[in-house]
Design a protein around this ligand. Structure first.
Ligand SMILES: [Zn+2]
Length: 266
């Protein structure tokens, strides 16, 4: 069985003491690839360094809405250069976060738009962070997707990571070609909307991730998360859909291969 973790932050300091053993545990659990996602310029640089150090790690580079105020022309130029690395498979994470509002909203919008335009030029899919900004994120993505027809991103524009919207939003996103990525909250005993949505989504557009060190699945909730725990997310989704774990693993790994065009799995 081959699993992939499509969203991890192994470069964060929470892993400084034991990063190699965290990666070993992931491999021992069947995790064949980990996408380490950048949150700002330094973490994007660290993501690329990790991808150089470990065969199983790939990188995404981009600036998170929290740090949108740090994205100036110089930072964008450096990100552009980093993105030329052969193991950079996506631009992210980018988007809008109106829950914490750590950057002003108009600054978040500008950084999001600038990075979307840049991803389209590069031909690399985007990893979307959306918190309490569902309608606006979807409107921006719908406008952006119009320009992708017959481009390398047609049918694989990106992924909504740690999906937190409703079924109508998931359907709108999938109509644009987006994948829907599910993380630890689907395992929580007080999860309300998400289990029902996960039962309804077509297997062709589903991905699994940890978002480690955050959002550890049950029974590790509120402790440090790590890529090996993506198996707990996958097990929960397989149980909700009443299918074997192997089938869920095979489908989500194939979806990630289609989206990121990396050489993982069969
Ligand atoms: Zn993240």
């Amino acid at each position: 069985m081959t699993l992939v973790d499509t969203h991890a932050h192994l470069d964060f300091s929470q892993f400084d003491a034991d990063r190699p053993s965290v990666i070993e545990r992931a491999k021992a659990t069947g995790v064949a690839a980990i996408l380490n996602v950048g949150a700002d310029l330094p973490s994007s640089q660290r993501a690329v360094a990790l991808a150089e150090e470990y065969d199983c790690i790939y990188a995404a580079v981009g600036v998170h809405p929290h740090d949108a105020k740090k994205l100036d022309g110089a930072a964008l130029a450096e990100l552009r250069e980093l993105a030329g690395h052969p193991k950079v498979v996506a631009v992210g994470e980018i988007g809008l976060d109106f829950y914490r509002d750590l950057s002003p909203r108009d600054v978040q919008r500008r950084a999001f738009q600038a990075q979307l335009a840049w991803a389209a030029k590069l031909g690399k899919p985007v990893i979307i962070h959306d918190r309490d900004a569902h309608d606006e994120v979807m409107d921006i993505l719908a406008d952006w997707a119009v320009g992708l027809k017959a481009s390398p991103l047609d049918g694989r524009p990106g992924v909504l990571h740690t999906f937190s919207g409703d079924l109508a939003m998931a359907e709108r996103a999938m109509d644009l070609g987006f994948f829907i990525s599910i993380s630890g909250p689907v395992t929580y005993q007080n999860a309300r909307q998400l289990p029902g949505i996960v039962r309804m989504l077509p297997l062709t557009h589903l991905l699994v991730e940890t978002d480690c060190p955050f959002l550890a699945p049950h029974p590790h909730r509120s402790k440090r998360n790590e890529p090996a725990y993506v198996r707990l997310v996958a097990e929960r989704i397989a149980a909700l859909r009443n299918i074997p774990l192997d089938d869920l693993a095979e489908a989500t790994t194939a979806n990630a291969r289609r989206l990121f065009e990396w050489k993982v799995g069969n």
